[in-house]
Design a protein around this ligand. Sequence first.
Ligand code: XIL
Length: 450
Amino acid sequence: MRRKRALLTTGILAGALAAGMAVALAPAASAGTTLRAAAAEKGRYFGAAVATNKLSDNTYATVLNREFNSVVAENEMKWDATEPQQGRFNYSGGDRLVSHARANGMSVRGHALLWHQQQPSWAQGLSGSSLRNAAINHVTQVATHFRGQIYAWDVVNEAFADGGSGGRRDSNLQRTGNDWIEAAFRAARAADPGAKLCYNDYNTDGINAKSTGIYNMVRDFKSRGVPIDCVGFQSHLGTTIPGDYQANLQRFADLGVEVQITELDVMTGGNQANIYAAVTRACLAVSRCTGITVWGVRDCDSWRGSDNALLFDCSGNKKAAYNAVLDALNAGGNNPPPTTTPPPNNPTTPPPGQGGCTASVTLNSWTGGFVANVKVTAGSSGTRGWTVTMTLPGGASVTNTWSATASGNSGTVRFTNVDYNGQLGAGQSAEFGFQGNGSGSGMTPTCSAS
Ligand code: XIL
């Protein structure tokens, strides 16, 4: 079957064969006939970078809307586009993309809040605390403007150096202090608590000095509670793919972050289809790999000039690489992601946390002590984190807490989710508990969700 398929190039014949094969080969699950449908069956999204001025091109829009259920702005949400003069924001391109996404059931990746390239000239002329303040203000303003519309933001793009150092790249942002990245992530979280916050970079396609430098940063952020949810692997590939591509994704996933393929394109040549398929299989094999984005629709839309690096030719026809990706998506292996595919951008669905949460407590008391079990239930929009506040009776104190982190141990105590139980779907519950001295009677928990 595979050989037969490879002999066919494009068009109606291949489509008819694909439909026939779906019946013949896949009696159980239906094989998706578009990238978006096939990815969705595996709990993933399949996205493309979009240049909004092409949305009026019929061929372009037809392929985009048929095949993709996620979009990212190729340039329109970058710093030079969104804040051309300091403090004057222009969201026209980004807004256009968001409404196109909403109309076509697509989620949106945001790209990119801070980057050393495509900075407006006024920012290039700043340094020190004026640049730091301007950068953080940029993050806050842009993430606030798009609040609730963005599935995942590339908060920081390409901050690590190429080569063997494993360290940061020199840039005006880096010269404001090594903590600029975490300051950006904290500002983004405060501005849009519902968006997943990603670090995004290239030349990270295997286990190498650069990806290890990033890995160490992510591990450090997780251990110190700096808000980071995902790592983007741009995956601008040549004619080979490192053998440890999947292992590299997996080691990041094992830190508890989502991984995403964010800017995939592959140099043309004998291996193009195989490399596209290998990337797709790697993502399906890593349960926390939630989706793939290709950096453009047709070869002629690509920033890579004559590399013919994408899935569709300049007329919008499917290439062999397209069939290879679709086949890989429809093939057996799958490690479903822990959460469902991001819902399409839908203004009637409030961002996580806005539907609130409730908490109830059951007590097991004895003279001089008690154990409290607390059940947290997410409201209508789910949570990405929660805090339960309880006022203990006078004389009582917390001695031990599990499945939450307590701040304070007497009077009003705040219990916050730990890594693995903060994210709850609508109506889902998590439990935590604590032991105390004294009497725990009469405690009333209040819950707040983020
Ligand atoms: C590229 C765009 O595709 C071009 O149109 C633009 O001229 C330069 O930037 N890594 C990234 C992307 O994170 O933002 C870049 O996009 C490609 C490399």
